[in-house]
Design a protein around this ligand. Structure first.
Ligand code: ADP
Length: 496
């Protein structure tokens, strides 16, 4: 059963019960008041009638008989009241005034002799009738006389009035319940309409693949308004999360496909060279000395050496790439680099010294390393060394002539290391992508050896150390990569 129907039934039921209680109370109070009023009236009439009783003594053969008699009450106020006297010792009834036989008999049947009593009974027409039995004692000379004065009156008017009241109370209660239930149903339907809309929209969203759908709600910011806002907010979050997941899935797929492609290239080269070596060395020899029939011994030797150099170069490239991939896979798995306080100056100085031996055409310039003295960062020495080598190797690789410079700077809370070159530079469109995995700007592809993974690893190391990296580059003019690392501490004596 729908909530709105249940609610309507509930409060209609409660209203009905309240009205029933109220009706019963009203009915009972009115009924009691009217009947009580009638009883008081009956008692008053009886008191007046009582004063009108007298006795007549008649001498008979059996002795003196006392006949009770009463002056008739003729006042209009007593019209409708009937009376009779009952003499207990004689067991005889003396109807008074206009009281007729059948009604007198009916009243006689309800005589109560031992006490005063109000009796509600039915009269000859089956209508309600009130009878008051009043016990009276008299003394006539030596003779005690016991009488019961019965005063009766029809209460049909009150009974009919009460019936009408009951009828109207029931009718009004019924109408009130029907009207209240209808209005209640209408109002609850109206109140639940926005919820219906919310359910409908949520259902549509459920069957639709479009996560951009939102629940339309026009109305005040009440509970339903807030619910709609919450659901819409939740949907936005789901959409964002889904987008992020999808993007990461896409990246992952691209990464796997790029990685397999990149690994296939050196493998093809290696296989090609091995095939060549096999062919050259399996050719029958004329003189039994040289493996190739058409080549001289030196030529075969030179060819073989070239092939082996290629194989070795490609194997080295592959192993570098596999190492890089392994680092990135660890980063993806959420592995954190183990850190400790690292003093930067000796680390950078050693990198600078070793960089001297890297293959290069550019001049290696060492700028101001003074700011590093005494500076400690919270990091991993191996990772920081790897990071610096990635930047320096790149600078050498992409600078055919000119110079490559390393220098440092301090700002409050951070230390900066800059690797600047006068090399081929980058386009503005290329800069945002240099940290993407396998990304290689067009001029670099083919021209220089590389995997496109170096800067991805550099970025991961910087992020893991809570640092940041800035790239400033101009096509054909050169590039500058600046790493900023948070300072963990400084040895006293070196001021910022
Ligand atoms: P790669 O192995 O190709 O060097 P990286 O991830 O280290 O891979 O670099 C990504 C790309 O960014 C490079 O292929 C190159 O196009 C560009 N790049 C990196 N460093 C420099 C630089 N110093 N000058 C110009 N281009 C650079």
């Amino acid at each position: 059963m729908a909530i709105r129907t249940r609610l309507t039934l509930w409060y209609s039921g409660i209203l009905a019960a309240t009205l029933l209680l109220f009706g019963v109370a009203v009915y009972e109070i009115i009924s009691y008041t009217l009947y009580e009023n009638q009883r008081e009236q009956l008692a008053k009439v009886e008191q007046i009638a009582e004063t009108q009783i007298s006795f007549v003594a008649l001498e008979t053969q059996g002795g003196t008989v006392l006949y009770p008699q009463m002056h008739e009450l003729t006042d209009f106020r007593y019209a409708g009241y009937v009376m009779q006297l009952y003499k207990i010792d004689e067991n005889k009834v003396y109807p008074l005034g206009k009281l007729q036989g059948p009604l007198s008999q009916l009243m006689t049947a309800h005589i109560v002799t031992d006490r005063n009593a109000f009796i509600k009974m039915k009269d000859l027409n089956g209508e309600d009738f009130y009878l008051y039995n009043k016990h009276l004692s008299y003394q006539y000379g030596d003779t005690p006389i016991q009488l019961v004065l019965q005063v009766g009156v029809s209460v049909n008017g009150i009974s009919q009035g009460m019936k009408h009241l009951l009828y109207w109370l029931m009718l009004i209660a019924f109408l009130v319940i029907v009207i209240a239930a209808s209005i209640g149903l209408f109002l609850s339907r109206k109140a639940f309409k926005p919820i219906e809309d919310v359910i409908e929209s949520a259902n549509l969203i459920q069957i639709d693949t479009d996560l951009g759908r939102r629940i339309d709600y026009v109305g005040p910011p009440d509970e339903i308004g807030r619910l709609t806002t919450t659901i819409n907010g939740m949907l936005s979050r789901i959409q964002t999360m889904y987008g992020v997941l999808e993007e990461s899935n896409r990246t992952q797929r691209r990464f796997v496909s790029d990685a397999s492609h990149e690994l296939r290239t050196p493998l093809t080269t290696i296989r090609g060279n091995v095939d060549l070596l096999q062919k050259v060395w399996s050719q029958p020899s004329d003189r039994g000395e040289s493996p190739a029939s058409t080549m001289s011994e030196d030529e075969v030797k030179e060819l073989s050496l070239d092939a082996m150099k290629d194989i070795s170069g490609e194997a080295e490239r592959m192993s570098r790439m596999v190492n890089d991939l392994l680092s990135l896979a660890r980063a993806d798995a959420g592995q954190m680099i183990v850190k400790e306080p690292v003093e930067l100056a000796p680390l950078v100085e050693e990198v600078v010294r070793n960089a001297e031996r890297l293959p290069r055409h550019a001049e290696w310039r060492i700028g101001n390393l003074e700011p590093l003295h005494g500076v400690h960062v919270w990091g991993n020495a191996d990772s920081l060394t790897q990071l610096l080598f990635i930047l320096i190797e790149n600078a050498f690789k992409y600078t055919p002539d000119g110079w490559v410079l390393i220098d440092t700077a301090l700002v409050p809370g951070q230390v900066g290391i800059r690797v600047q070159d006068t090399g081929i530079g980058l386009d503005n469109e290329e800069i945002p992508h240099v940290f993407d995995r396998f990304y290689r700007a067009d001029p670099s592809r083919g021209a220089t050896a590389g995997t496109g993974l170096g800067l991805s690893i550099a970025k991961w190391i910087i992020d893991d150390h809570g640092g940041s990296i800035e790239v400033v580059s101009r096509k054909d003019e050169g590039s500058a990569f600046v790493i900023w690392l948070p300072i963990h501490g400084r040895i006293q004596g070196f001021e910022e």
